[in-house]
Design a protein. Structure first.
Length: 318
């Protein structure tokens, strides 16, 4: 049995123990990154393929006659043609709940930075404003406490529930959206009502046909002028040009984006051109705590071993 990891550098392997993965098959090829034109040759003789973000479409899957198992090194499955995999009898497994703590910490790091105006106060110290102040502290930028605010959540799976739990620990009131294309759960709030009520909106839903561009001009127009948007889900859920306008006009108070519609943003992005203290952009690192990345490696190895034992786990269906 031969395995190929197509883009192991996306996991930042320098501080990881790869032994659980390496031990799961007699032979592994660990490729740093694989360009689109190199994928067919890379997977041609593989029985098991691991991919984080490398796209595996139907044509590529059909060209890999030995391929039996695809392990997605993530929870999202949009980089694999699942229908083709079913047609070809290829099992597809993902990894779940490996980065919950890391993502929750990142969400509240971003939220606290915006609510407590950390960047503005940091810049004030750099400029010497505090050093020239007549009082013992600066109060130039109003600080908001999280307690008593309403946290609206779109996407109430593992991550959404965990963010809600942390929000409650801060004393926040929680609303969960009834988003388009899904069956409403008990206590879920219609999306438009949630947008109007939320002081903070945190996105944790997958990127689908229904959610693409969901937070656009209309949705942003419903939000409070004091509201903060946090997106650690997928970049395409937010209309980035519309968000730029909303921030520039004061339609909302702030935004923090850990994901963009193109990653890496080689062709630019309007959010990267804004120099606003109420906009934070981080390079898709909410998931990337060291413990989370090690858990990801361990889970991939477990998926491989379970498949070889005839009991596949974390199967993804079309």
């Amino acid at each position: 049995m031969r395995g190929v990891f197509l883009d192991i550098d996306t996991l930042g392997r320098e501080d990881l123990d790869l032994q659980p993965l390496v031990s799961s098959l007699p032979e592994w090829t660990l490729l740093d990154n694989t360009l689109p034109g190199q994928v067919a040759s890379a997977i041609r003789d593989a029985d098991v393929v691991v991919s984080n973000k490398v796209v595996l479409d139907g044509a590529l899957l059909r060209s890999a006659a030995r391929l039996k198992l695809i392990c997605i090194a993530a929870t999202g499955t949009n980089n694999v043609d699942l229908e083709a995999a079913v047609e070809l009898g290829i099992t597809v497994c993902n990894v779940r709940a490996y980065a919950t703590t890391s993502v929750v910490e990142h969400v509240f790091t971003l939220l606290l930075m915006l609510s407590r105006r950390i960047e503005e106060y940091r810049q004030a110290v750099v400029r010497g404003d505090w050093q020239r102040a007549t009082g013992f502290c600066l109060l130039d930028y109003p600080i908001r406490e999280l307690s008593g605010q309403t946290l609206g959540i779109i996407g109430y799976g593992e991550l959404g529930r965990s963010v809600a739990g942390m929000g409650r620990a801060f004393g926040m009131n929680i609303l969960v959206a009834r988003r388009p294309g899904t069956s409403p759960g008990p206590g879920h709030t219609p999306l438009n009502d949630l947008l109007q009520a939320a002081d903070v909106l945190s996105l944790h839903c997958p990127l689908t046909a229904e959610t693409r561009g969901m937070i656009g001009t209309q949705a942003l127009g419903l939000m409070r002028r004091s509201a903060i948007l946090i997106n650690t889900a997928r970049g395409g859920i937010v209309d980035e040009a519309a968000l730029c306008r909303a921030l520039q006009t004061g339609q909302i108070a702030g935004a923090a984006m850990d994901v963009l519609s193109e990653e890496p943003p080689r062709h630019g992005n309007p959010l990267l051109e804004l120099a606003l203290p109420n906009l934070l952009v981080t390079p898709h690192i909410a998931w990337a705590g060291r413990n989370a990345r090690q858990a990801l490696i361990n889970e991939i190895a477990t998926n491989v071993s379970a498949f070889l034992d005839g009991r596949p786990r974390n199967r993804v269906e079309a």
